[in-house]
Design a protein around this ligand. Structure first.
Ligand code: FAD
Ligand code: NAI
Length: 463
């Protein structure tokens, strides 16, 4: 006899584990299947958390080595111990994954250890045992997109997983793909001494960002020592004893050239992961790219089977997966779960950070929406000056007629934290004037947001 639950969640990433916890809070008998040895999915084990641990360590090193003189602080020669840095990263990951295990126990969620495969519309098998549930949620996440001719071995040619595990700083790191992973992990290794070259297919990096922000971002990274080969594609990679030779060509056609690298990081996007799930046994439909198809309430084409997170459409972000997990658990409990996809922030955790929410200027133009722009630079902010972090600016976009906030974009110190105010404003349907009228503590970086909102009405005060 199959053990029965109200809800089985397949995958314990931020989508799956949050869905499981919320469903348990709402009184359901819940199990979560995870095949990895630890809970937390890509995010906690090989994604958000380990990358932020290394970004933090490399930032502290870089600041100590290069940023203290200006403050009148003298230090001797600054060194780092990569093995200790990596061990610390491991400790951070472990504390987080154990935290999810604790939360599962606290909420009486059963962790079924192993890989799940469907054996029918409401039944799965894990390690030879069958389990059934009224509702099953697919939250199996995503994996790195491969590239023909570039064979990943996770040693010389790595995905983000291997790039987080390097035991030596590469002399030359070539990143394929100028997106979030390439620029974050490129920053880690650049700060520790690698010469980083980014090969990007398009004529710009981070194509999803507002154009003006993107330009400033590329300039900043170039100042930090990054080299960009825009409008180029990689056509082949040969691994030798001492490194990798990449062949690249202009995307529009033209003469090929070669690039030598000690390590190549392949980061051209991620794709839905459903391998081994045996979706066919349940009859769950996917699209041509392998994304599980759902309606607005996360229901697949099979009654009782739902999907959330990276495995469905939308931005592949941990907080998006979490919001969907909560909304779905609430919908299953008969409540009105809902996710506002217009108010999902995106943050690139480089330095300066880049954060955005809502529409870019290019999107508004393409949609024919009349808008106002308000901008304010960190250069004119007292706190940023005191910190010695004057790079970047905040930009708000509001409707020309109603002044309703449509998008906000920040490049600068702590942009990822500053954007939260504008996400809240958009969630509440606020206008730029609403933000401008809020009292912001002085001296804080958040005054840049207020001034950008004032600037949308042509009345910034400190510029
Ligand atoms: P996942 O976290 O991928 O979890 C899916 C889980 O399902 C996995 O643990 C997998 O083992 C398990 N699984 C799969 N198939 C089965 C099966 N058949 N049976 C049992 N278990 C199964 N996002 C951010 O918002 N901020 C960041 O800073 C950020 N940094 C990132 C850095 C890197 C290097 C990477 C790779 C990603 C980063 N992301 C970040 C993206 C984020 O990790 C994902 O959006 C998020 O993890 C998606 O959550 P999920 O629950 O959908 O799936
Ligand atoms: P991405 O989608 O951010 O960037 C991929 C880049 O590669 C794009 O600029 C694209 O134009 C380029 N590209 C595609 N094919 C190419 C080719 N053949 N040659 C050269 N360039 C090519 O994908 P990335 O960086 O791999 O990240 C995957 C996902 O992980 C993202 O969707 C992101 O949301 C998530 N993530 C989020 C983070 C965050 O929120 N801070 C951090 C890291 C990852």
């Amino acid at each position: 006899m199959a053990e029965t639950f109200d809800l089985i969640v397949i995958g314990s990433g931020p989508g799956g584990y949050v869905c499981a916890i919320r469903a348990a809070q709402l009184g359901m008998k819940v199990a979560c299947v995870e095949k990895r040895a630890t809970l937390g999915g890509t995010c906690l084990n090989i994604g958000c958390i380990p990358s932020k641990a290394l970004l933090q360590s490399s930032e502290v090193f870089h600041q100590t080595a290069h940023g203290l003189k200006d403050h009148g602080i003298a230090v001797g020669e600054v060194n780092f111990d990569l093995a200790r840095m990596q061990a610390r990263k491991g400790e951070v990951v472990s504390a987080n994954t154990k935290g999810i295990e604790f939360l599962f126990k606290k909420n009486k969620i059963t962790w079924i250890k192993g890989a799940a495969r469907f054996i029918g519309p409401n039944a799965i098998e894990v390690g030879g045992s069958a389990y059934s549930a009224k509702s099953i949620v697919i939250a199996t996440g995503s994996e790195s997109v491969p590239l023909k001719g570039v064979e990943v071995d996770e040693k010389r040619i790595v995905t983000s997983t291997g790039a987080l595990e390097l035991d030596k700083v590469p002399g030359r790191l070539v990143v394929i793909g100028g997106g979030v992973i390439g620029l974050e992990l490129g920053s880690v290794w650049a700060r520790l001494g690698a010469k980083v070259t980014v090969v990007e297919f398009l004529e710009r990096i981070t194509p999803f960002l507002d154009g003006e922000i993107c330009k400033a971002f590329q300039q900043s990274l170039t100042k930090q020592g990054f080299t960009f080969k825009l409008g180029h594609k990689v056509t082949g990679a040969t691994t030798g004893k001492d490194g990798v030779t990449l062949t690249i060509e202009p995307a529009k056609g033209g003469a090929a050239e070669t690039l030598e690298a000690d390590i190549v990081l392949l980061a051209i996007g991620r794709r839905a992961y459903t391998e081994g799930l045996n979706l066919a046994a349940a009859g769950v439909a996917t699209d041509a790219r392998g994304l599980v198809l759902t309606d607005a309430h996360y229901a697949t084409n099979v009654p009782g089977i739902y999907a959330i997170g990276d495995v469905i459409a939308g931005p592949m972000l941990a907080h998006k997966a979490e919001e969907e997990g909560v909304a779905l658990a609430e919908l299953l409990a008969g409540q009105a779960g809902h996710v506002n996809y217009d108010a999902i922030p995106g943050v690139v955790y480089t330095w300066p950070e880049v954060a955005s929410v809502g529409r870019t200027e290019e999107e508004l133009k393409a949609a024919g929406v009349a808008y106002k722009v308000g901008k304010f630079p960190f250069m004119a902010n007292g706190r940023a000056r005191a910190m010695g972090e004057m790079e970047g600016f905040a930009k708000v976009l509001s409707d020309k007629t109603t002044d309703r906030l449509l998008g906000a974009h920040i490049i600068g110190p702590d942009a990822g934290t500053l954007i939260a105010e504008l996400v809240t404003a958009i969630e509440f349907g606020a206008s730029a004037e609403d933000v401008a009228r809020v009292c912001h503590a002085h001296p804080t970086l958040s005054e840049v947001v207020k001034e950008a909102a004032l600037a949308a009405d042509g009345r910034a005060l400190h510029i």
